[in-house]
Write a protein of this length. Structure first.
Length: 293
């Protein structure tokens, strides 16, 4: 609950004596938690992170591959994207924490207590910004999933076939029989391939898939078997790269959020010291003043 303050209730301040308690500022809150600066810092952190990630996506530095499938996932791109996420988190949370520490009302108490309260406000900025980002991510995912669900009701394409479309095209590619492969055959082959990505495919499944490819393409059994083995091997390698990229990005995201908490805490302390020492950053560039200096 926010306390109210009246000028008539202000205690007399003896020159040279230290007084403990809130320093009254016009319109400033006197509670321990100043939610106005916290909310302002969190909104600033979330907005700056969104802008920086938009810049990264515009130059191709994105977490997801621009390819419509997952096979083009790059570990180097995942590492670079993870480093960018780390820089964005540190910069955005530091900016929001500094704002919260700089504009909140100060207190007349020992320096360690003031620094702790400033840091706590920076930590609240970090937490609230994560909540805002999580809500926006959830809302976006919900919207996309509803659109995808509507499209799925109008299509018989299975998830396995959508993920392994290129592999299925390679399996059933043939110059002897150009007629298209029926949907049920592609779906069945996609499900068989999907089971062989995480572990070794069962011999009976591989034999059946080889017969299916030979029957639909007109290839000799030995040639059909070589094609099946090659497609399975390449798809398995692509799945491993994708899994490794996902682990790297997930770890870097968690590390970035942890680093963002530290950055927000420290930046809020810096902002509090600048507030108490009346240090204001220059708001414009004065060439004449710089030259004279």
């Amino acid at each position: 609950m926010t306390d109210t303050y009246r000028a008539a209730d202000a205690p007399a301040v003896v020159p040279g004596a230290r007084t403990d308690g809130p320093v009254p500022t016009p319109g400033g809150p006197l509670s321990y938690i100043h939610w106005g600066p916290v909310i302002a810092g969190a909104v600033l952190a979330a907005a700056s992170a969104f802008v920086l990630m938009a810049f990264a996506a515009s130059v191709g530095l994105a977490v997801a591959s621009p390819s419509p499938t997952w096979r083009d996932a790059s570990i180097a791109l995942a590492i670079l994207s993870g480093l960018w996420i780390l820089l964005v988190a540190i910069g955005s949370f530091a900016l929001g924490g500094y704002l919260a520490g700089r504009v909140r009302s100060t207190w007349s108490t020992n320096a360690d207590e003031i620094e702790f309260r400033d840091g706590a406000h920076g930590l609240l900025v970090w937490a609230l910004a994560i909540v805002i980002g999580g809500f926006l991510t959830w809302a976006t995912a919900t919207t996309l999933s509803s659109v995808t669900a509507v499209g799925a009701t109008q299509s018989r394409v299975t998830a396995a076939e959508a993920a392994l479309a290129y592999e299925l095209d390679r399996l059933f590619r043939s110059d002897k029989r150009p007629e298209p492969i029926d949907q049920e055959t592609r779906s069945e082959a996609g499900r068989i391939l999907l089971t062989g990505l995480g572990r070794e495919m069962r011999p009976e499944d591989r034999t059946y898939l080889t017969r299916l490819v030979a029957a639909r393409t007109g290839l000799a059994p030995a040639e059909a078997e070589r094609r099946v083995i090659q497609v399975i091997t390449e798809a398995r390698q692509a799945a491993r790269r994708t899994r490794a990229s996902g682990i790297i990005v997930g770890f870097m995201t968690a590390a970035s959020l942890a680093a963002g908490a530290v950055a927000a805490w420290l930046a809020a302390g810096v902002g509090g010291r600048h507030r108490d020492q009346s240090i204001s950053p220059p708001l414009r560039w004065d060439w004449r003043r710089r030259a004279a200096a």
